[in-house]
Each structure stands twice: as C-alpha cells, then as structure tokens.
Write a protein that binds this ligand. Structure first.
Ligand SMILES: Cc1ncc(COP(=O)(O)O)c(C=O)c1O
Length: 447
C-alpha cells in the first residue's frame, strides 16, 4: 500500500473502556498492538510497519484484505439501502446471496438460514436439528454430541457442544443432554505427518460403541464436528474418520453437522471441507470467509429435506421456524457475500490455494528439528506447530514467539496454548510463504 494512502492515527486512543475479547487485556494495554490499515496480504501498524498476515485476520480474510470488488459492493449498498427487516419482509440481495452460497455448496445442501457470525450459526444449526426431529414427530431425539477440544463459538449451545475447557468452566451447566467424543490428536502415533494422519480412524467408532450405547441412539438428535479442529490448535481428522462418523449417523438416523467456519471458503483448497473430504453432512455451518470478513455474517446450509420437513409440518400461512435475528441477511452483509463468492470463483482462489498447498506444506515441515517443536501438522493452507510448554507456564512459550514475530519480524501469527496456527489468505505466494516460515524459524532458533 502507498504509505501516503495509509490512515494516520491521530492520537493514541484511550484503551481503558473497551473490554477486549479472548485477550489478556492488561498485558495488551501495557503495550498495544494496533493495526490501522490493510491491503492484500498485509496489515499496517500504527507505528508505520507493514505486517505480513499469516492468519488471514482470524482465519477469515481469505481473498486478502480490502479486495476492491468487495469494498465497492459494500459501499454501493450502503448508499442504496442501509437496512431492511428480514421478518415478513425481504430484499433481493439476501435471496441472491443464498443462491450464490448454494452455487458453491455440496449438492443437496440448498437451503440457507443467515445469521451474523459463527456462534449464531452454530446455535441456529443446533436448534434446527432439535426442531427437525420434533416436527417429524420424533421429539425423543434431544441429545447433542460434540467433541473434546471442539470450538463452536461462544453461545450457550456452542460452548455446550464445544470441548475447550477454558471456554466452558466459568459458565455453569449450559445445555443439558450433551456428550462429547474424544478428540483425535495423537502425537505419539502421528507426529510430523504431512497431511492427514493415518492412525486413529477407529476413534470414530466410539460414537457407536461408547456414546450411543450409553445414551440410546434413539435419543440423539445430532453430532457436530469441525472437519478440522482449528481454534484448539489444528487437529486433523485421521484418514477415514469423518467417513465413519457419517456411516454411524446414517445407521441411527442422527444428523451430522459440519462446523465449517474455518474450513469453508477455500481453506483446504476446495469450497468446503465436505467436498474436500467427500463426506456430505446434513448441515454446514459457515461464517468468516462468507463475506471475506468485511461485514459480519454467518449461515447454515441445510439439506432440502430438513427444510421441507418444517414447511410440511406447519399450517399454511403460519411461521414455520421461530428463530431469526434483526440482522439476518443484512443488506451490507448480503452485498459483501455475493461479491466475495464472485471473487473466490472468478479469480479461482480455491484452486490457487490447492496449488500452493504443497509448497506451504514443504515450508511448514522445514521447521522440523528447531528448538521445542514437538509436532507439525498441515492440510491445505492450514498449519499447526506445537511447542513443548515451559513447565508451569502453559502457553507462555508460544505467546512469546507471537510477540517476537509481531514486533521484530513484522509477521502476524496466531497461538492457542503452545500451538502456533498459521492460515494465511489464499492469495499468499511462494515468496511470502518463505518469508512467513523463514521469520518464524529465526524466532524459534533464538528461543
Ligand atoms: C469452527 C468455529 N465455529 C464457530 C466459531 C465462532 O465464530 P464467531 O467468532 O464468528 O462467532 C469459530 C470461530 O473461530 C470457529 O472456528
């Protein structure tokens, strides 16, 4: 970006009033890390540095920052119509956005419920699952199954089926009738595997052998998993694992929900993880890349039969599903989604990510052998690098790496616990990939 075009921060803002999410507030406010502009692969900080974005913001700016077509679509819509209610009213863009999303979705997943982010999309999908069984007269199915270390946002539904202890333990019992599969991370057997781990598909069998045996399959409404567990530190499904989950769900009439908030929109080099793994869920949750993160939006893609069950069960002219948000299908979000999906397809960004994935994998695994690295995992344009923790200080080593990368190397990485997660925009090139892993390697060597 031309330095003259960069916004100049006026005064340092007063940081005391904003309570920052998932942040060590006091630590941050001691020495703020401020981003003031963005373009393509880069952020710009308030001290004038260009920062290579190794995380696509928060796994969401897949087409790169401030893509002109997306920016222009939002600007145009803001001047034409700021807001329209979605309850009992409509505007053309939200229908177009749904059609655009369906055009890149796996076949059969052709009904779309819009909301505002991933957390709302998760809770929406759980409510659809529970209500679906009821409208079919199978209301005994009230139980939900998630996974240890799963991240499904921060709503009460999401933290109930989610399995990250820190996100759950302060908030009481949340939803009843929820159980969890074990997560499939097995460093002892799979460390430094390139791509999918080969060991561990049998962990899916515990759905049938442990959880369904314990609870009675006739009480289970849905199983929800991320195809790749992202936020917890990049846990990949062992080869064949997702296929097994699908087969067990089919056997017992249980809905399978894929939370693709991270894996959607090209992260694996395909539109969705479902297509990449060739496993068709009954619902796909998405958000983040849906609008290239330029305006908040989430969505649940639903199999038509599920949608139709609601239509068939309600009397003519009655509301079929008592759920929705003031900002469902917001015009600016709809405009951004249409533009983003157009950019992904017309510029071939999913294919571009697929083509870059082998180089990215090679660069990631070139770090093997550096101090404290105990595992490197990758798929598509996602990589997790797990470090040995400093005894008694979980997360401190990786966070130190994050700080050094930002302040000394001008690269943005993300950490969770002692795992470094990288997920750059899909437009990253070979030089930027080398810069990203090269800078990280220098920091790790210096630990
Ligand atoms: C798999 C998954 N589901 C849900 C969410 C929640 O999305 P949001 O933060 O938009 O509510 C996230 C966010 O990272 C996610 O990774």
């Amino acid at each position: 970006m031309d330095a003259r075009a960069m916004p100049q921060p006026s005064d340092k803002p007063d940081t005391s009033h904003f309570w920052m999410p998932f942040t060590a507030n006091r630590q941050f406010k001691n020495k703020p890390r401020m981003l003031v502009a963005a373009s393509g692969m880069y952020y710009y900080s308030d001290d004038g540095r260009q920062i290579l974005d190794g995380t696509a913001g928060l796994w969401c700016v897949n087409a790169g920052h401030c893509h002109p077509k997306i920016t222009e679509a939002i600007q145009r819509q803001a001047g034409a119509m700021d807001y329209a209610p979605a309850f009992q009213m409509g505007h053309p863009l939200v229908f177009e956005a749904a059609s655009a999303l369906v055009s890149i979705a796996p076949e059969g997943l052709n009904r779309v419920f819009f909301c505002n982010d991933g957390s709302e999309a998760v809770d929406t999908s759980l409510k659809i699952a529970l209500a679906y069984h009821r409208v079919r007269g199978d209301g005994l199915r009230h139980r939900l199954i998630g996974r240890e270390r799963g991240y499904h946002g921060v709503g009460f539904g999401g933290i109930s089926v989610g399995g990250i202890a820190g996100n759950r333990k302060h908030f009481g019992p949340a939803l009843p009738a929820v159980d969890h599969l074990r997560h499939p991370l097995d460093i002892a057997r799979n460390a430094f595997t390139r791509g999918l781990p080969q060991q561990g598909a049998e962990l899916a069998d515990e759905l049938e052998q442990r959880l369904l045996a314990l609870h009675d399959p006739a009480t289970v409404a849905a199983v929800i998993v991320e195809p790749i567990q992202g936020s917890t530190g990049v846990i990949l499904p062992p080869a064949g694992y997702l296929q097994k989950l699908r087969a067990i769900c089919d056997k017992y009439g249980i809905l399978l929900i894929f939370d693709e908030v991270i894996t959607g929109f090209g992260r694996l080099g395909a539109a969705f993880g479902a297509g990449y793994f060739d496993v068709m869920p009954d619902m796909i949750i998405c958000a983040k890349g849906l609008t290239n993160a330029a305006v908040p939006m989430g969505a649940v893609l639903v199999r038509q039969e599920i949608h139709d069950a609601f239509m068939d069960a309600a009397p003519e002219n009655a509301i079929e599903f008592f759920h929705g948000y003031t900002y469902t299908g917001h015009p600016l979000a709809s405009a951004a989604a249409i533009a983003a999906i157009d950019v992904y397809t017309s510029e071939g960004l999913f294919e571009q990510a697929a083509a870059m994935a082998p180089f990215f994998e090679q660069a990631a695994h070139s770090l093997k052998g550096l101090p404290y690295i105990k595992d490197i995992r990758n798929l598509g344009l996602v990589c997790g690098i797990e470090l040995e923790s400093i005894p008694g200080q979980p997360g401190a080593r990786a966070f130190n790496v994050f700080l050094k990368c930002f302040w000394e190397k001008n690269i943005l990485i993300r950490t969770t616990g002692d795992i470094i997660a990288l997920s750059p925009p899909l437009i990253i090139n070979q030089m930027q990939t080398e810069q990203l892993f090269g800078a990280l390697a220098e920091v790790l060597r210096g630990l």
